[in-house]
Design a protein around this ligand. Structure first.
Ligand code: URA
Length: 188
């Protein structure tokens, strides 16, 4: 199966109850050969309506950080989410919804084979790095798991709520740029 076939299968997923209330599955977007993947928590209202990740206010902020370090969702990164359908009223996904959805992310990892995974916010970091990961204390640090470098930064929605933390996040993107120059072949 190729990446497009995986996407088409995912777009009609009925593995959990969220398929009853979603408008669109948000598969993710970007380059299927990206060396860097950004992973958020799950779609909100705008993402559900458009079927694309990070397209609301927090997505605009994310795009600004990406642009500042010469990254772009249209060019050299892939942006996805742990859960691919919006829970009703933006409630937290249930454990069975996480579990039903995670295999899609695993398939995406298998195809893309990123060198660096950037978790956006606590939920993604605790799922993908460590259950006790503290974004406040450990953002911007890299840790290797099975040959892939994982890092986390503050979620752009949290930065909109708390703009004084924006310089901390900016430093993470600058550190990411350095790491990309060190370990990636074709991102820049
Ligand atoms: N927040 C997320 O975690 N993911 C999105 O796609 C949008 C907002």
């Amino acid at each position: 199966m190729d990446f497009e076939a995986l996407k088409q299968e995912c777009l009609v997923c009925r593995r959990c109850g969220l398929c009853e209330t979603r408008t669109n599955v948000v598969f993710g977007m970007g380059s299927p050969t990206a060396e860097v993947m950004f992973i958020g928590e799950g779609p909100g209202r705008n993402e559900d309506e458009q079927g694309l990740p990070f397209v609301g206010r927090s997505g605009k902020l994310l795009d600004q950080y990406l642009e500042a370090v010469d990254l772009s969702r249209d060019k050299n990164v892939f942006i996805g989410n742990i859960v691919k359908c919006r829970p009703p009223e933006n409630r937290d996904p249930l454990p069975e919804e996480w579990d039903a959805c995670l295999p899609w992310l695993r398939e995406q990892f298998k195809f893309i084979r990123p060198k660096i995974v950037v978790c956006l916010g606590r939920i993604a970091a605790q799922r993908l790095i460590r259950p006790d990961f503290s974004v406040t204390k450990e953002h911007g640090q890299f840790e290797e798991k099975n040959g892939v470098l994982f890092t986390a930064t503050l979620h752009p929605a949290a930065l909109l709520r708390n703009p004084t933390q924006k310089p901390l996040a900016f430093a993470d993107y600058v550190a990411l740029r350095e790491k990309i120059l060190e370990v990636c072949d074709h991102t820049y």
